[in-house]
Design a protein around this ligand. Sequence first.
Ligand code: CP
Length: 309
Amino acid sequence: MTLRSKDLLGINEMTAEEITEILDTAEMMKRVLTSGNKKTSHLQGKSVITLFYENSTRTRLSFELASKYMGSASANISTSGSSVNKGESLLDTVRTIDMMATDIIIMRHNQSGAPHFIAPFLKASVVNAGDGMNEHPTQALLDMFTMRERFGTLEGLKVAICGDIYHSRVARSNTLGLTKLGAKVFLYGPPTMLPIGIKEMGCTVAKSLDEAVEGADAVMGLRVQLERQSKSLFPSVAEYSKYFSILPDTLARAKPTAIIMHPGPCNHGVELPTVVYESPQSLINEQVTNGVAVRMAVLYLLIARRNQQ
Ligand code: CP
């Protein structure tokens, strides 16, 4: 089986079978990544460009390392230092990249739907590396990979996702993906940070942090995205931390085998304290490693599909 689309735009567009194929392929890629020799020739003769209109450490670097480990020619563009700063439009920018015989364009953009807009104009495959408040599909894939690696399956798991749900493309992609693969998703956050209609994604909106975390297999904190707030959605960081931070007492309600996750970057002491971030239950650092394996799998499968055309 291969991916149905030339692009990876969102978990919303993917079937459970496609998600599973990426997770299965990522298992193989993780073995390569953690072996003494990370170099493969899967992308030899191919080109991968990262185009980031927003800041990133993990997503951008893991895609760049993934493409380099697999032997492709790769380069990156950001708004500073490119002709975007001279006013070049998004479409002209990506068409220019496309005309350089590029195989894959990995784009992060602050506008929801920007990757969906450009993809039909391009021969290159487009990978959504985060679009506004919409989706961050490869983050959800690496999160699902991390849970599946620990528990063997996602079917029947209780996953609590807590914090700034409203601005979180990570929460949206994870809710879509986890429910497609049979997990039960509980969301909890300040009422001002819960989007209207979120229940339609098949999750439960918990009335308290305790309800969300009770008996959970995985507890995921989300970064408070101050940069996306035009007005403050909670009285103060101190109060957010007091009422919404994932503290050890709260975690005691989860299963003894529960894992702690966070997509990063983390505001220590706000979403969760350092003692939770660093606890033996925390897989936050493992998520970073898994991000490279999952992005290797995504690049591999997209190129495999292109080779079949
Ligand atoms: N999780 C995540 O997307 O991190 P970056 O913004 O550092 O890429």
